[in-house]
Design a protein around this ligand. Structure first.
Ligand SMILES: Nc1nc2c(ncn2[C@@H]2O[C@H](COP(=O)(O)OP(=O)(O)OP(=O)(O)O)[C@@H](O)[C@H]2O)c(=O)[nH]1
Ligand SMILES: [Mg+2]
Length: 142
């Protein structure tokens, strides 16, 4: 299985997605540090949002095979700059979380993913389980 690192703003749904992908019971747990030992590397949203910490994410990307850019379907703005995918020499995929949310705006999130440079984009709900199998199948591909 390929190793996936998740990046995105606070409350984008990275930890909940990690729990759902691992088949764990969903429970809120604020991410305080980068855990790079697991197959899925979860990161704190502050690393994406605080300018001085962004470089750490670029470095940690080298610990993974695939970088997952996580954007919740109801986010009001995008924290990723355009074309940022070229900052890492790993494949960058988009993961739109919370597609079950009543105020989800999936076309807007898709537009942000395209601006970032994500060619492959997954649509998931960690609550309903929608799309989780697609990510797992992708990580299991040769
Ligand atoms: N409806 C819905 N809510 C979700 C989903 N995923 C996450 N949430 C909720 O969004 C909130 C934040 O989720 P987290 O997974 O903790 O967010 P995070 O990206 O890990 O945030 P940081 O650890 O602060 O970086 C929680 O209350 C989750 O229950 C989803 O697929 N659907
Ligand atoms: Mg978290």
């Amino acid at each position: 299985m390929k190793k996936l690192i998740l990046m995105g703003r606070t409350a984008a749904g990275k930890t909940t997605l990690t729990q759902a992908l691992k088949g764990e019971q969903l429970h809120y747990c604020k991410t305080q540090y980068i855990n790079y030992m697991d197959t899925i590397i979860d990161t704190p949203g502050e690393y994406m949002q605080v300018h001085g910490l962004g470089a750490a994410l670029a470095l940690y990307a080298y610990e993974a095979d695939i970088v997952g850019v996580v954007i919740s379907a109801n986010e009001p703005y995008c924290v990723f700059p355009p074309n940022v995918a070229c900052m890492v020499n790993r494949e960058v995929v988009g993961i739109i979380t919370g597609v079950d949310k009543p105020d989800a705006n999936i076309p807007l999130a898709e537009q942000w993913m395209a601006n970032i440079g994500c060619k492959k984009v997954f649509h998931v709900s960690s609550y309903s389980g929608e799309g989780l199998g697609d990510i797992i199948a992708y990580l299991n591909q040769d």
